[in-house]
Design a protein around this ligand. Structure first.
Ligand SMILES: NC(=O)c1ccc[n+]([C@@H]2O[C@H](COP(=O)([O-])OP(=O)(O)OC[C@H]3O[C@@H](n4cnc5c(N)ncnc54)[C@H](OP(=O)(O)O)[C@@H]3O)[C@@H](O)[C@H]2O)c1
Length: 362
């Protein structure tokens, strides 16, 4: 008797209701099952290009954990492996692809109802220029999306994307947006500001003093955004078809100058910031030499970007429109920068100034 009742209580019965069926933008049924989270299904299938990158990992984790089937197109065996455990068995589907191989791209998108393109590169390599990655790559993906009548396409670009920009990175990002909208008008464009998090290239570069030569214009304005907020925003787009065809600019709640950020980093890491502020031509000349090395340190276009303030587009949607309250950099700086403290100070509590900054107390 006891055995029977324990067996019955361990069986989870999912009752389906009419509101579990959603009709997608193109009229396809999406059938949800379960209460949400592990062992549930959202009914969505998402392809995430750039899944093993910094933002991609957070996005795949959020999607798969909620029960979305995620297709991960990969080009590096080792880099994609950790994504496999983001969801239940069979929830994360790996497919090898090449950005120049149309057939492999089509295979990756044809069963999905939403495609995210997070492919991007901060610097050019001998195999791929900015145009190859940001424009031609996007064109191939969006053409496959249109061919297989995928419901939604989300193009991840960046703040300051502008066809007139002095930075080639920003120009090609803007041209990628245009290319996507030309083929698939309902493309949702997402422009995040500089993203910070555990594996970022923003706080880690400053904390590790990778950039001891900083730009002469440290009064440049930035508005860093937390990677978890960006991933959450991208996930929410999938559930809200009214976001199709819109432009989102995702940035943190506070605007800082680079000098303020350098001071914050030095306060949190409890190390004096020895840095040399150099003018643009000198930094560019140094970057040109370093760019010739086999491994990436800095490229001239990254120097150019260090001199461009964050600028906003009128009418663009924000975190507020997705119901997200973004987290401020100073709330999480200790979490991500503690590793750059010396071992004797590793566990030291936050300084008085840090507490004042974080909780805005006098
Ligand atoms: N991180 C930021 O601060 C920031 C700020 C604003 C906008 N964004 C944009 O947000 C997107 C994601 O950023 P992220 O920080 O996650 O970038 P990331 O860490 O550099 O990852 C980029 C992804 O793109 C893939 N990729 C690059 N070139 C490729 C190529 N030629 N063929 C196939 N795949 C290629 C990479 O694959 P492999 O790992 O195989 O190389 C990786 O999965 C990018 O478009 C970026 O421009 C980032």
């Amino acid at each position: 008797m006891f055995k029977r009742s324990s067996r019955i209580s361990s069986v989870r019965v999912f009752v389906r209701y009419a509101h579990d069926i959603q009709i997608s933008r193109t009229g396809k049924p999406i059938l949800r099952s379960g209460p949400g989270g592990r062992s549930s299904l959202t009914g969505h299938t998402a392809t995430v290009f750039g899944a093993n990158g910094f933002v991609g990992r957070y996005l795949v984790s959020r999607l798969a954990k909620q029960g979305t089937t995620v297709v991960v197109p990969w080009r590096s065996e080792d880099a994609k492996r950790p994504l496999k455990v983001s969801g239940d068995l069979g929830q994360v589907v790996m497919l090898e692809f090449d950005l120049r191989n149309t057939q492999s791209i089509e295979e990756a998108v044809r069963h999905s109802n939403i495609v995210y393109n997070l492919i991007g590169r901060d610097y050019e390599t001998k195999n791929f220029t900015y145009e190859d990655v940001h424009i031609e790559g996007t064109e191939r993906i969006v053409e496959a999306v249109a061919k297989y009548d995928v419901d939604r396409f989300v193009q991840v670009s960046c703040m300051n994307a502008n066809p007139e920009s002095t930075s080639k990175f920003y120009r090609t990002k803007a041209m990628g947006e245009e290319a996507a909208r030309k083929v698939f008008q309902e493309t949702t464009i997402v422009r995040p500001a500089a993203i910070f998090g555990a594996e970022d290239r923003f706080l880690n570069n400053l904390g590790s003093r990778k950039s001891i030569f900083t730009s002469y214009r440290n009064n440049r304005y930035v508005r860093p955004v937390h990677v978890v907020d960006v991933a959450r925003g991208l996930e929410l787009l999938m559930f809200d078809d009214s976001t199709a065809g819109q432009l989102f600019e995702l940035y943190g709640p506070n605007e800082y100058t680079m000098t303020q950020i350098l001071d914050l980093v030095s306060k949190v890491t409890m190390r004096s910031s020895w840095r040399f502020d150099l003018p643009k031509p000198v930094l560019k000349a140094m970057a040109r030499v370093l760019d010739k090395l086999y491994w990436h340190i800095v490229c001239p276009d990254e120097v150019e970007r260090q001199f461009i303030d964050i600028c906003y587009t009128e009418g663009a949607k924000k975190f507020r429109d997705l119901g997200i309250e973004p987290t401020a950099l100073e709330m999480l700086a200790l979490k991500y920068l503690r590793i750059y403290r010396t071992s004797s100070l590793y566990d030291a509590p936050p300084s008085r100034e840090e507490v004042q900054d974080r909780y805005m107390v006098d």
